[in-house]
Design a protein. Structure first.
Length: 218
């Protein structure tokens, strides 16, 4: 067998293996979940590339000393509250990652929706009365209060990134340019499968608890 024939056989095998794996997956978990898992893998790959680029940009901005020192407007004039899923491993990992990339990490309050009274500086009753949001939606969407506005889902993620050092605020562009149905579909797909893909943890282990001054030093 010559080299060309060997390469052709190898290409056929490499082409058939994904099809075989896809067929087996469809048989075991169904075609809908299989396509969902494929989307997840693709989306994770895109996110990894995007955040790697952002991290490189952050290191360059750090080296050139271009990072802002104060968040604008300050906390005294603009409150920033993130209401997240305290038992979700993905949510806690994201929160931990971005919290230490905020311009001023003490300017943001993190509240797990399962234990809203755990944060002594956040008046949960006042927030519910003012923003009139549905408590049952907190399981499916991360919610963010920024000043007088409330964001949820993908828009909330973009708003959180806008509080970070350079170049993370550039992701705020996605909040405007990407159509809401597409953002909501992508976010909901991941949110509905986050426990299956990433698992859960005890509520007492949520990262926001570690932000207490006893544990956290700026």
């Amino acid at each position: 067998m010559d080299v060309q024939s060997s390469l052709s056989m190898l290409l056929i095998v490499l082409f058939c293996i994904p099809i075989l794996l896809f067929s087996i997956s469809c048989f075991i978990i169904g075609h809908r979940q299989t396509w969902t898992n494929l989307f997840f893998l693709f989306f994770c790959g895109v996110l990894i590339i995007v955040f790697c680029i952002l991290e490189v940009g952050r290191l360059i901005c750090d080296f050139l000393r271009l990072q802002p020192k104060k968040i604008n407007p300050p906390k005294s004039e603009h409150r920033r509250i993130v209401i997240f899923d305290g038992i979700c491993v993905l949510c806690n990992s994201f929160g931990r990652y971005v919290h230490f990339r905020f311009i001023e990490n003490k300017a943001v309050d993190w509240v797990p929706y399962q234990d809203p009274d755990s944060h002594t500086h956040v008046n949960w009753k006042e927030i519910m009365e003012k923003h009139n949001f549905q408590v049952e939606n907190l399981k499916d969407y991360i919610h963010v209060i920024s000043g007088e506005k409330m964001y949820f889902g993908a828009d909330a993620i973009c708003e959180i990134l806008s509080w970070c050092i350079y170049p993370f605020p550039i992701m705020k562009i996605a909040q405007t340019l990407i159509p809401f149905p597409l953002k909501d579909w992508a976010y909901s797909t991941i949110a509905n499968n986050r426990y299956t893909w990433f698992g859960t943890q005890a509520l007492d282990d949520n990262f926001a608890k570690k932000l207490c001054p006893i544990y956290y030093f700026k």
